[in-house]
Write a new protein. Structure first.
Length: 178
């Protein structure tokens, strides 16, 4: 929460530009605290509200329960997504928000439903820390492809890379205990 408090004023100052970029299909990846602040608000454990910028129609409340460990999800867009979550925020999506994925192992957005993350236009919000891009080349390729298409205003086809080592790392991550 302290990190979010430190940046909240600066984030509000650039909110119009971020909203413009999001509405105009600029690819963005928001993780954990920034994912929360791309929503409407984060309610801290003492009841204080840290305002978000409302790009994602979500709300997060602090919890005493820490959601931590390896996570495996399934996404319509990206297939199986693997990663690591570590958060105590309980994020809830409105009915008109598409989750990034549904959890197969792990908690995801909260301890109540099986959603993980959110996706709006080319904005992805998620609780999958650090290793989301190297462990999930479909997401990495999607972000690169969307950025290139936006820049060059034409459809882009990326040449496939050898994912042998990535697949080994993904299998190892999936086999690890929560």
């Amino acid at each position: 929460d302290s990190g979010q408090n430190k940046i909240k004023d600066d984030l509000q100052k650039i909110a119009p530009k971020l909203k413009y970029l999001a509405e105009n299909n600029t690819p963005m990846l928001m993780i954990c605290g920034m994912y929360q602040l791309f929503g409407h608000r984060f309610i801290t454990s003492n009841g204080d509200e840290i305002p978000g910028i409302g790009i994602l129609d979500i709300e997060t409340r602090a919890s005493n329960q820490r959601l931590i460990g390896n996570i495996v999800t399934e996404s319509d867009e990206f297939g199986e997504i693997v990663g690591y979550e570590n958060h105590s925020g309980q994020t809830f999506l409105s009915d008109n928000v598409k989750p990034l994925a549904n959890t197969k192992k792990g908690a995801g957005n909260n301890s109540k439903d099986n959603h993980e993350g959110a996706i709006y236009k080319n904005v992805i919000g998620t609780y999958l820390h650090g290793s989301i891009l190297p462990k999930n080349p479909k997401i990495t390729d999607w972000i690169i492809k969307k950025a290139l298409e936006k820049k060059f205003k034409e459809s882009i086809k990326l040449e496939p890379l050898d994912d042998t080592y990535i697949e080994k790392a993904r299998k190892a991550a999936i086999s690890r205990p929560r």
